[in-house]
Write a new protein. Structure first.
Length: 119
């Protein structure tokens, strides 16, 4: 089969995406990742490393326990708590949601407390 240089003639990846479109697909994913991680001040809670350490202590959790519950790497928790870096927005949200699911209430004044249980 003779193909023209710019032809889409059945050059497909394993997933069935024509070769010229693989780049556009990858760029689209990149833009989506950038969109998710940019301008998240309104979506990312004001959550500090101190709150994270305190919440873990209140629950009796190790960094591994929190990492498993939040589905993030343990190194992400360790780096955040020692101030080496702030996790990307998605990871920070996952950490807060895992702690809230376990009964921690994150307060707006940089505080935390155990959620009151209904009796």
């Amino acid at each position: 089969m003779i193909r023209a240089p710019n032809s889409l003639a059945l050059v497909r990846s394993k997933k069935g995406v024509p070769a010229p479109f693989r780049l556009y697909f990858a760029i689209g994913l990149l833009y989506k990742l950038i969109d998710v991680n940019q301008n998240n001040e309104d979506r990312v809670p004001n959550f500090s490393a101190e709150q994270c350490r305190g919440a873990r202590a209140m629950l009796g959790w190790s960094q591994d326990d929190l990492a498993r519950a939040a589905n993030v790497a343990r190194q992400t928790i360790a780096d955040f708590e020692r101030g080496a870096r702030t996790p990307i927005a998605n990871n920070l949200i996952s950490i807060v949601k895992a702690l809230e699911k376990a009964g921690i209430e994150v307060l707006s004044d940089n505080g935390i407390r155990l959620r009151k249980t209904d009796r």
